[in-house]
Design a protein around this ligand. Structure first.
Ligand code: UD1
Ligand code: MG
Length: 459
């Protein structure tokens, strides 16, 4: 099989974004643009993937991680210059090099795959992916000769009025014969309006050398859409959202209002789950079958089992077991793990807390760093007092235990199985199995005393 290499250009600052964040790190549906570009070549048998970094190099490297090698382009002198800095790594290799820009987040893997196959079968020395744009402004235009053969690419800023009318655009995705690319890349000049070294100019050099150049048309312009400012970022977000949501619906998920449902690309959702409006499901989340995710819920990096119902709640970095019920207004975070058939109700916050099967906390409680056994009921207003201002401490509660309302559980603390804690108790010491624990001031009723209080005075 032919050798394949990939170069992704991600060194630019992205001035038009007007942002402190470097352009390729802006997210489309919760995934950075540079990662989305890399996703598109993930399964295309690349021997090497090299990302060119410059502005914000460390941050871009961090986002991309170990799926790519990196080369530093110290000064951003243009897209051809960015490719030139990779020369040392690839110059002696035979094969096909695909070049992509890190600001084209909507490109699909199938398109790149088809283009690569077309390039390799046609034995061209270069293939450029083009598309027809209703509004081609800001893109390089494809100039053809009288026989409709590729001649060159002209950038918006260098184009004549006639050239500006051309609707066929350069996507910025190309396949090259690797050797020829690096033979010619150093010969590209910067005699243009922006005084930049333009990568498309290498195509002119290839043509002038008498070598074959192909164009490969991408039927869907959106895939070639380049993000250069926040307006185009929001367009990309809309297209991607529509794409993700359509796929979920086709796979058996009901989205009540897909235009207002925000799901990241790598989220998995089981059949017959219904997602209501204004739900956000961020990256690395798996949701099971037959769930109901009610309006205004936010879920991130979490696993939700089958048959779960969630009402207006926030769940991050947590697990919810099958047939559990969460909300409304619950907050599960930081490695909280609910087993099956657990019920977490209104205004309950759980942090790094585990619940075994069938346990409940129906209202107004905070449990942090706690372990709760099975079939235990935690009454309204229970607080684990897990923090002394410096350190965090654990609370363990057994099976079939009943914690009465408004209890303070002062950690570190162990409460056994079958325990009953009376309402209003502040538990400071460990409690053995099957004990009743009560710690509160004894009630005293003073008959007729209320009438003796001065008028308007209340205790
Ligand atoms: C570029 C193309 C244009 C094409 C469009 C498609 C050139 C000269 N123009 O224009 O023909 O229609 O993309 O979206 O190539 N970069 C570097 N180093 C540099 C300069 C840029 O790494 O020195 C990176 C940027 O981070 C970006 C990509 O290359 O990811 C493209 O640069 P950008 O400035 O966005 O080019 P466009 O003006 O969009
Ligand atoms: Mg661009």
């Amino acid at each position: 099989m032919n050798n394949r290499f990939a170069i992704v250009l991600a060194a630019g600052k992205g001035t038009r974004m007007q942002s402190k964040l470097y352009k390729v790190l802006h997210k489309v549906c919760d995934r950075t643009m540079v990662e989305l570009v890399l996703d598109s070549i993930q399964n295309l048998n690349m021997q090497r993937v090299i990302t060119v970094v410059g502005c914000g190099a460390e941050k871009v490297k961090e986002a991309v991680g170990n799926r790519s090698e990196f080369v530093l382009q110290e000064k951003q002198l243009g897209t051809a210059h960015a490719v030139k800095v990779v020369k040392e790594k690839l110059v002696d290799k035979e094969g096909t090099t695909i070049i992509m820009y890190g600001d084209t987040p909507l490109i699909r893997a199938e398109t790149v795959d088809n283009m690569l196959t077309h390039h390799e079968n046609s034995e061209a020395k270069a293939t450029v992916l083009t598309a027809f744009a209703d509004n081609p402004f800001a893109y390089g235009r494809i100039i053809r000769d009288n026989d409709n053969k590729f001649l060159k690419i002209v950038e918006e800023k260098d184009a004549t009025e006639d050239e500006k009318k051309i609707k066929e655009i350069n996507s910025g995705i190309y396949c090259f014969d690797n050797k020829l690319l690096f033979d010619l890349i150093g010969k590209v000049q910067n005699d243009n309006k922006q005084q930049e070294y333009y990568l498309p100019d290498v195509l002119t050099l290839i043509r002038e050398a008498g070598e074959k150049i192909e164009t490969y048309l991408c039927e869907d312009f959106d895939e070639t859409f380049g993000v250069n400012d926040r307006v185009s970022l929001s367009y990309a977000e809309n297209v991607m959202r529509d794409r993700i949501n359509t796929l979920h619906m086709l796979q058996g998920v009901t989205l009540v209002d897909p235009a207002n449902t925000y799901i990241a690309p790598n989220v998995k959702i089981g059949k017959d789950t219904t997602i209501y409006p204004n739900v956000t499901i961020k990256s690395n989340t798996i949701i099971g079958e037959d769930c109901k995710i009610k309006p205004n819920t936010y879920i991130e990096n979490s696993i939700i089992g089958d048959g779960v119902k969630i009402l207006q709640s926030t769940i991050t970095d947590s697990i919810v077991g099958d047939n559990s019920f969460v909300g409304p207004y619950a907050h599960l975070r930081n490695n909280t793990k609910l087993s099956d058939e657990v019920r977490i109700g209104n205004f309950v916050e759980l942090k790094n807390t585990t619940y075994d099967k069938g346990s409940k906390t129906a209202h107004l409680s905070y449990l942090g760093d706690a372990t709760v056994g099975s079939n235990t009921n935690i009454g309204c207003g229970t607080i684990t007092v897990n923090y002394d201002g410096q350190n965090k401490y654990n609370t363990t509660i057994g099976n079939d235990t009943f914690i009465g309302c408004n209890s303070n559980l002062i950690a570190p603390l162990k409460i056994g199985n079958g325990v009953v804690v009376a309402a209003g108790t502040t538990v400071t010491d460990d409690v053995e199995d099957d004990s009743l624990v009560i710690a509160r001031v004894k009630q005293e009723n003073k008959e007729g005393y209320a009438k003796k209080l001065p008028a308007g005075r209340k205790l």
